[in-house]
Design a protein around this ligand. Structure first.
Ligand code: DC
Length: 439
């Protein structure tokens, strides 16, 4: 799950900006201020004074706060009553600010906020999101603006509603709230060390949204490229290197795999290795035949078996949860290709088990993967003399010349083009079947 934390003083535009971003990214927007306001409303209704910290603590166990989404809008419920509108008054803002300074109140609301972020991609705004609630948030923005700019915005809003207001009074109340929110002992308003500060004093709304979006996009893409480097390093380290060096030759020997055409192996870039499918262990025959690490789909269950799990991971397997359907598998495969790795696929889908491969049906899936990934294809023929007891028999892995993506001549994709591409791949695979044999 991705968590985006936006903290900052009241009136800096957090909620408007967070809402716009959430809509844009398809995340849920969590306004945590509303949660404190709801607790504040409860205390106000109970007649607890804003000075009475003990009274607030004593009443807390009876407060039932719920946050629900109706038509994508966050609604607040207090003891089963919808109070989303009632909490938007200056009096309740004051109560919210007071109750939020009580440590027991913050503890009381902690789990609620955390679990929302655990279960959803969220943009959460508040005062302590990046520091306390989501210290590991993927993006942290500290959104601020001068007290004067915020006061002016508030005046403009109220004037538009036809209210007569005093700029000085509003400025004073903003300063008072800032002081209380920043000066309190528990979770004071401050930017997390790793937050990006965005000062919107001189920006209008559109500019502020664009600036916040840029921070989100830049931070997420930076993280993504860092983690790519990490996974690449991981793939190339430790057990994998060891397995490549020592295990692969042993497996190759035991499985009696002989490789031909290694000089054809494409040495860099995204590549889909396509072979005919003779046996379940074809992927291993391929994995030990290639110089680069080969990746392939394996059932999720296999990863639960100790040792086997490490072995297949070392030899490039990645898990797929059959229950989640093909979409997850396609996505994962595309992201591996995007990382310029090699993925092995079998255009026939199922094993041909001794049936003449030329007579088997070819699925169009490979064509679609080529189209979507823009990867080149390396055709390979796995030749087994006798399909009976094939595990023990000699296997010849014949690597053919790569087919460049451009050769497929895709225009707009679609089933017909995928079928044509899959057929081209399979023809090239079949063309290798007698390679090196004295006919
Ligand atoms: O963002 P808002 O004005 O709706 O917040 C109401 C009060 O709640 C505000 O005075 C600060 C407090 N608050 C907090 O302490 N921690 C949060 N995460 C959100 C709000």
């Amino acid at each position: 799950m991705i968590g985006i934390a936006i903290d900052g003083p009241s009136g800096a535009g957090k909620s408007t900006i967070a809402k716009a971003l959430a809509k844009d990214l398809g995340y849920i927007y969590v306004d945590t201020g509303a949660i404190y306001r709801t607790v504040g409303l409860y205390m106000q209704r109970k007649g607890v004074s804003t000075e009475d910290k003990e009274g607030i603590e004593n009443n807390l166990p009876d407060v039932k706060v719920e946050l629900k989404y109706e038509d994508g809008e966050q609604k607040m419920y207090l003891c089963d009553e919808e109070v989303s509108g009632l909490i938007r008054t200056p009096l309740i803002a004051k109560y919210a600010s007071v109750v939020s300074a009580v440590p027991k109140v913050r503890e009381f609301l902690f789990d609620m906020q955390r679990s929302l972020a655990r279960e959803n991609n969220v943009i959460m705004d508040g005062r302590d999101i990046g520091t306390v609630i989501l210290p590991d948030a993927d993006v942290k923005i500290f959104l601020t603006a001068s007290a004067e700019a915020r006061a002016q915005r508030r005046v403009d809003q109220l004037v538009e509603k036809g209210e007569t207001v005093s700029y000085d009074d509003i400025l004073a109340s903003i300063k008072e709230r800032d002081a209380r929110d920043s000066g309190r002992d528990v979770a004071p308003l401050k930017a997390a060390d790793d937050a990006v500060t965005l000062d919107t004093s001189a920006l209008n709304l559109e500019e502020s949204i664009a600036a916040a979006k840029k921070i989100v996009v830049d931070t997420l893409s930076k993280k993504k490229s860092e983690s790519k480097v990490k996974t690449k390093d991981k793939n190339k380290s430790g057990f994998y290197m060891w397995a490549r060096k020592y295990l692969a030759p042993i497996i190759k020997f035991c499985m009696r795999v002989k490789t031909y055409g290694s000089e054809n192996e494409q040495e860099s870039g995204a590549l889909i290795v396509c072979a005919n499918h003779t046996a379940m262990l074809d992927v291993l025959s391929l994995a030990v035949s290639f110089k680069r690490q080969l990746r392939y789909l394996a059932k999720k269950e296999l990863f639960k078996i100790p040792l086997l799990s490490q072995l297949i991971t070392a030899l490039g397997a990645y898990a797929v949860d059959r229950g989640t359907g093909d979409v997850a598998a396609i996505k994962k495969t595309l992201s591996i290709l995007e990382d310029e790795e090699i993925v092995a696929m079998f255009p026939q889908g199922t094993r041909h088990k001794g049936v003449d491969p030329a007579l088997t049906e070819v699925k169009h899936g490979v064509g679609m993967m080529v189209y979507r990934s823009k990867a080149d294809v390396q055709p390979v023929f796995v030749r087994v003399k006798n399909y009976k007891y094939r595990f023990l028999r000699k296997k010849e892995v014949i690597i053919g010349k790569p087919i460049r993506y451009e050769e497929f001549g895709f225009t707009n994709g679609g089933k017909e083009e995928y079928e044509r591409a899959a057929k081209l791949v399979f023809d090239r695979i079949l063309a290798l079947r007698y390679e090196g044999l004295d006919k």
